[in-house]
Write a protein that binds this ligand. Structure first.
Ligand code: AMP
Ligand code: GLY
Length: 419
């Protein structure tokens, strides 16, 4: 089989490595892929947002199955367009991807179907939003409606900060049209848990839970990032919480999407907060999390491609989805200065013993040498029988990788260990 994977980060790298385990796979094309993915797939220089380019490539090559791994091509209807060409894919259609690409849609869906989430108000008029903030409970959370590269959420500790966020989104258009509508919502507290699931609209199978580390610095300090590391499973996700999530959140969400005529097929990601009043949804994503995928998929024992195809063909109930009982830890190695400004082009040396479990996020090939090309450069994953051993092993692997100005957090998994 010939497989096409749309995207070019660490998440796409781990997906490609897992898909390669299926013996019927002959070729994998990554659009655009990256310098590290090039060791496992044929990289094609077509941007993940260039839907016409992706379709042209897919028409000209014998593609049997596609995996659309990144949020923006999903929102742009990549899966719908490939279906018109007769190419089956993993990932939701655009009308279902709206669950991530519009926060207003997601919030209204939860309200309509009684799915637990933070209280909220929606604004399209800046003056009304500012007036509301005069009396809103503080801290509060301001969110741009649309996709904003994970940066469209502001936790405001004061009224003035909240108003400033509103002005930036609605009048300075910091996130373009994504900020024309905003959500202002209740600030929730409690441990956060990420749960990815496979669903075909009839069956929903949660994967092993995970914990992201979003802040740039040790001890959860510094700026928000795309994610500096992950562990799985998440110790806060007890069997009791898992059972409540299935009943109160996961299945109701799948059914709500069906009732809205927006059946979701693919990986539905639940960003949860375990509050005093039980688990609540912080956000939905319409795809695997990055770097959650880099700990969840290495623990998957069953064949990923078989599961994905079963999702597309709406027979997920017929295939095994089994995870190891072990633990995984992924440490992200970034370029110093990330997420603000950082240099590029530093040569990367990865010891051969650790390359199998190193997922390349931002690197390019320069005359055959792997060099950094992004802020997040690598995700280094280890699995073990205990969380402590997985963390130790991941950091020992990090010691075997070198590039100038490498930066990583030293405490990935420590909060989970103490839980
Ligand atoms: P998101 O971009 O929706 O993932 O939000 C980024 C982060 O903001 C989340 O991972 C949470 O840590 C935080 N966050 C979002 N919404 C809330 C909320 N209502 N209360 C507290 N924290 C929140
Ligand atoms: N790690 C969070 C995300 O993928 O959105």
């Amino acid at each position: 089989m010939n497989i096409m994977v749309v995207g070019g980060g660490g998440r796409e790298h781990v997906i490609i490595k897992k898909i390669k385990e299926n013996p019927s796979v002959e070729n994998i094309y990554a659009l655009p892929g990256n310098g590290g993915i090039a060791a496992d797939a044929t990289c094609i220089p077509v941007a993940a947002t260039d839907i016409d380019g992706i379709c042209t490539f897919a028409k000209d090559h014998p593609i049997d199955y596609a995996v659309v791994a990144q949020d923006d091509p999903l929102a742009l209807g990549c899966v719908d367009r490939l279906a018109e060409l007769g190419i089956p894919s993993f990932g939701p259609c655009a009308d279902a991807a709206l669950i991530e690409s519009s926060k207003v849609f997601a919030k209204d869906l939860m309200k309509k179907y009684n799915i637990p989430t933070a209280q909220y108000e929606v604004f399209t008029d800046i003056n009304e939003a500012l007036k509301y903030l005069d009396n809103a409970p503080i801290p509060t959370v301001v969110k741009a409606d649309g996709l904003a590269l994970g940066k469209g959420v502001v936790i405001a500790a004061t009224r003035e900060e909240a108003k400033e966020a509103v002005r930036q989104m609605m009048s300075e258009h910091k996130f373009g049209a994504s900020g024309d509508r905003i959500v202002i919502e209740e600030f929730l507290t409690g441990p956060e848990v990420s749960v990815l699931s496979f669903t075909d609209g009839k069956t929903l199978i949660p994967m092993v839970s995970s914990m992201d580390h979003k802040r740039a610095g040790d001890g959860d300090t510094g700026l928000n990032t795309g994610g500096m590391g992950t562990v799985a499973p998440n110790p806060y996700y007890t069997d009791e919480i898992a059972a409540r999530c299935m009943k109160e959140i996961f299945l109701p969400t799948m059914e709500a999407m069906n009732k809205e005529g927006r059946t979701f097929k693919g990986c539905l990601y639940f960003g949860l907060m375990i509050t005093q009043d039980g688990p609540k949804v912080i956000e939905y994503n319409c795809r695997f999390g990055d770097p959650e995928a880099q700990v969840v998929l290495p623990l998957l024992q069953s064949d990923l491609l078989t599961i994905m195809q079963a999702v597309t063909e709406e027979r997920l109930d017929e295939v095994p989805v089994v995870f190891e009982n072990g633990y995984a830890c992924c440490v992200v190695m970034a370029s110093e200065g990330y997420p603000v400004s950082y240099g590029k082009g530093y040569e990367i040396h990865i010891a051969p013993e650790v390359s199998d479990t190193t997922y390349v996020a931002g690197a390019a090939l320069d005359n055959g040498k792997l060099v950094t090309s992004g802020g997040r450069v690598l995700g280094v994953t280890a699995t073990a029988d205990s969380l402590a051993d997985a963390i130790d092993a991941a950091y020992r692997k990090v010691d075997q990788i070198h590039f100038d100005h490498a930066y990583f957090r030293h405490d990935i998994g420590q909060r989970a260990l103490k839980a």
